[in-house]
Design a protein around this ligand. Structure first.
Ligand SMILES: *Cc1c(COP(=O)(O)O)cnc(C)c1O
Length: 431
């Protein structure tokens, strides 16, 4: 029998197919369904809940804002909430990192930030072409989708996706082929016919594309190439920003200086939509209203974002905690590799945007289903869904990660043991 959602909601829905419970309440890393079952959330709404569900200090700030009758929606009018946010963002995020950007508030989604960035780059340079990289995900509106590589998602456009050239990301052909050299040659040598680019857009860790991470050396060479050809460097930090990679911005330790940085997902602190384009003042070229959107003034987003900055970004405790948990996950994955072999599984990602890439792409989906039965919400990603993806709240308790890995260890032991027995049975049948 179809339930209410299956009967009435569009076929386009996705996550609810893997995790069909009706969710009701949540706190930190826990999420509860209407039956009262408890799940440990390793999806974090695709990385838009870096500080966990319903952080009490963030929620209090939002409730106070509402209870005191402050502005909720304001287009791009000045409000006290926006003023407080801009001050906090400059004081605690930009200044300590010696960054100087103007703040452009686009519509509330990540894809809207990408569209705004492309307009800025195209107008700044008078060029059309954008270079994006294999495995990239930049959003679902047509401009951003043109820079997204997933074939099924591209096909959904139903129109030609233009003015983007897709070149190989770091390690696209394995670690024996240096793709920075290939990219340089293809962009610089006229025989490849690549139109002069307005910008390169890059994710430091590919959140949807299988968690491949770019090395600092590779990023620096892409930056150098940008400078050489007069293109802008756009870092899409929508998923791997706001602390997910271990630092507030994913590129902080790489030595690059992007012209444009995109933030969204976890920026508001509690899961409400808010996006931000950081733009080098020299490239802040759009005329008034040349990009706009009704929901640029989501004041609850500003309030949440300010509370998150005040709570988590005045010192480096969160960064240290992420590093510890990153190391914990790496150790546990290494234990699995030791047990089952590097030919079967690999660690991928960085910070708390990490996962296990399986050689057999059937494994992660089945594992995700079994983990769900045991009360864990863990999704898969990558072109063939070959990666089991861990996106916990940055504030997750390590004991919960331990219980996750105990469950994975148990399932993989059974799986690989069954496979071995299967293989032995086959050998037996053959001999
Ligand atoms: C989620 C995401 C986007 C798109 O954001 P939406 O809010 O879904 O439009 C763009 N880039 C990256 C890297 C993302 O993870």
């Amino acid at each position: 029998m179809l339930n209410l959602f299956e009967e009435n909601e569009s076929e386009v829905r996705t996550y609810c197919r893997s995790f069909p419970a009706i969710f009701k309440k949540a706190a930190g890393s826990f999420i509860f369904d209407t039956q009262g079952h408890r799940y440990i959330d390793l999806l974090s709404a695709a990385g838009s809940l870096n500080y966990g569900h319903n952080d009490p200090d963030i929620i209090k700030a939002v409730i106070d804002h509402l209870a005191d009758g402050h502005i909720v929606q304001s287009l791009d009018l000045h409000t006290d909430a926006k003023q407080t946010f801009i001050r906090a963002f400059i004081e605690h995020i930009l200044k300590p990192r010696q960054m100087h950007y103007k703040l452009l508030f686009p519509g509330p989604t990540g894809t809207n930030a990408v569209e705004a960035a492309f307009k800025l780059a195209r107008k700044s340079t008078g060029r059309k072409n954008i270079i994006s990289f294999s495995g990239a995900f930049h959003g679902m509106s047509l401009g951003a989708l043109a820079a997204t590589t997933n074939k099924k998602k591209r096909a959904g456009a139903g129109v030609t996706l233009t003015d983007v050239t897709i070149l190989p990301y770091d390690n696209a052909f394995g670690d024996h082929i240096d793709t920075a050299t290939l990219v340089e040659q293809m962009v610089l040598d006229p025989k490849f016919g690549i139109d002069a680019p307005a910008a390169f857009i890059v994710e430091v860790i590919q959140g949807e594309g299988g968690l491949t991470a770019a090395s600092s050396a590779w990023l620096k060479r892409i930056e150098k190439l940008c400078r050489q050809v007069g293109a802008l460097l756009i870092v899409d930090d929508i998923q791997c920003g706001c602390g997910r990679s271990g630092t507030f911005f994913s590129f902080e330790n790489s030595g690059i200086t992007p012209d444009i940085v995109l933030l969204s997902k976890s920026l508001s602190g509690f899961g409400t939509p808010l996006s931000l384009v950081l733009v080098n003042p020299a490239n802040d070229v759009l005329d008034p209203g040349e990009h706009n959107g009704t929901f640029r003034g989501n004041n609850l987003g500003f309030v949440g974002a300010t509370a998150a900055i005040e709570k988590f970004w005045k010192n480096n405790e969160l960064e240290q905690a992420v590093e510890e948990k990153e190391r914990y996950i790496l150790n546990r994955v290494n234990r699995l590799i030791n047990a089952h072999g590097i030919q079967n599984l690999q660690y991928v990602g960085r910070g708390l945007l990490s996962g296990i890439r399986f050689t057999d792409p059937q494994i992660p989906g089945g594992l995700s289903d079994r983990l769900y039965e045991k009360g864990f919400i863990v999704e898969t990603c990558g072109p063939a869904d070959e990666v089991l993806k861990f996106l916990p709240a940055l504030v997750i308790d390590t004991s919960l990660l331990a219980s996750l890995f105990d469950a994975i260890e148990h399932d993989l032991e059974q799986l690989f043991d069954v496979n071995h027995q299967g293989a032995r049975a086959q050998e037996g049948a053959l001999s």
